[in-house]
Design a protein. Sequence first.
Length: 303
Amino acid sequence: MVLALLTAACGGGTDPGLVLTHNGRLADYAFDKAAPISTLTPAFRLGGTATSRHATVSLRSSGLYVHVDQHQPGTWLGYYEATAATFPANSVIHVRMWRPQRSVPLATESGIALLAVQTGASKLLDYVLVAGVITQGQESWLVGHANGGTLYSTTKVLSDMPSPTTSEDITLKTNGSSQFSVYFGDKLVYESKSLKLGVAPPLRVYLEVEARGMAYITRFQHFWVSAGTSVRVAGLQPGYHVSLTPDGDATIHAVANSTGQARLQLPLTEAVGKGTLKIDGPHLRRQFKNVAFAGGDVYKFTS
């Protein structure tokens, strides 16, 4: 009996023994290096109710900053960086979002850091959202959805969570019609499967600031989108054992079915990452290190 014990580096499937045949990583931007904002073109586009005279976007080592200037009391201005690409229903969307801690002395002032996932099928303002909100005497994070025409929409708050926390690691998933789930870190903070969202896919992501009667700035990092929450490995013998150990997280296991395919189910909040993939079978043990994986990936094992 001869047992093959082989180890290979596999940055995103570059090892010939493990070939990435379908890429589930739809977007991946760390926003951790200073650069001209033009470097995000054509992947992102700017817009909003504010003009470029009253709003700025900058890319620094500490994140993507979206800012609106001081403006007329009681009026709203917003500005955003939106993806040019659209994504299918049930894509997993993640970003770390900050809202600054500051005093709001007047009832006519508000500031909002906003992650919005809007229909890309039309110009209608139909979207789901997660927002960090600051008003006079209150700080909170909320989950909601909105529907409207091309100029205005009405927002329905689904969950309002008072909190002084100024940043959250947000991961969300929606089918655009009835299902919507939101995590802060690895904690599920909202989930429903019986909504009437009316957000027709494909979906576009907006990283946004909204402010009423005052200057306000938001910051974003570690933005990614995956096509799903599982990694599939094909080309195996039935009964082969496959495991994926994401860096710093628990190992995920699967067994190849009768067609030689194994499906590794990822936690929603860990749908993009890097780790070690192992394949074990009779007389065979293969290990691939530094695999850059994403939900929706399909790999083929060749040797």
